[in-house]
Design a protein around this ligand. Sequence first.
Ligand SMILES: Nc1nc2c(ncn2[C@@H]2O[C@H](COP(=O)(O)OP(=O)(O)OP(=O)(O)O)[C@@H](O)[C@H]2O)c(=O)[nH]1
Length: 309
Amino acid sequence: MSVPVILVTGFLGAGKTSFINALLESGLRRVAAIVNDFGAINIDAEILEGRSDAVIGLGNGCICCSLQGDLLRSLKLVLAQQPEAIVIEASGVSDPRGIVETLSDPVLWNDVRLDAILCVVDAQDLADTPARADDPLWQAQVGAADYVILSKTALADPAGLARLNTRIAAGYRLKSFDVDRDGLPLAVLFTDAITPRAPLPPGRVHSAERFTALDWQAEGRLPFNGFQRLMEDLAPVLWRAKGFVSVIERPGPPLLFQMVGRRAGFETGTSTRTGCRLVLIGETDGFDADAARARLDALIQHPDKKDCK
Ligand SMILES: Nc1nc2c(ncn2[C@@H]2O[C@H](COP(=O)(O)OP(=O)(O)OP(=O)(O)O)[C@@H](O)[C@H]2O)c(=O)[nH]1
């Protein structure tokens, strides 16, 4: 019997990893996860580690284009562990059509079947910025989905949320789920019903050149105020920042830093590794990754330095 695959897509920072985390925690099935980060440092895989016996991180590109071969190899690897289901998290800049193409490869025909494509949509962001839905990448992701999962609805302006629901219902004829209100849509996942999939519209949105990722890692700690100021400065040109940050003023393991748009904060980390690992993603046109790297390098307090910045 082939193993069902759930493909989770959605824009940068929409809430894909959080959704998959909840899915793995539900313990519903023995689920293996393949997680694709656009940046070279695979933060998402580190967040999910320990939640499943099998978490494979694929970084530095997109499984919809440059990493299609890696996706095939990873599927073969996780299949060897005989999972009951596989969940694939696409990078936030992926067009799902390239991934569906890989999953249709004849070498996988007897092994896996694509059960559902979910697109996680940041309801707060969309309610505040309806023009986001005009972005061709957003449209490719939502347009390929069987189900839309609305995240952050509790943070969304209610009138904007109502407009968003109407737009999704009218434009895409999709069922949307509000995870904050209704919990995980487990009833539609893992049904074991084999339904033929209608072909997706042709074409592909190629976004790899549109976005630039800065991958930065260093042993040592960052000063809280200096790091916060830097992120405030960069926020207007960044879509996404995430990673593990060891803070000088907070001894102990690194904290998980998350920034989506202008919303930023520290969460309790799951990393047992020391030092800092950060991925910053912006549009190639506006984000100067070299300048950002230089500012991080100037801030880091290496373990052997005594003076505080
Ligand atoms: N309040 C709230 N916050 C959420 C929800 N979903 C995600 N977040 C927060 O949004 C931020 C981004 O969430 P992720 O799950 O990492 O988003 P992602 O789509 O995996 O991000 P990328 O893989 O980087 O594209 C994190 O700070 C999450 O805690 C939600 O439903 N409600």
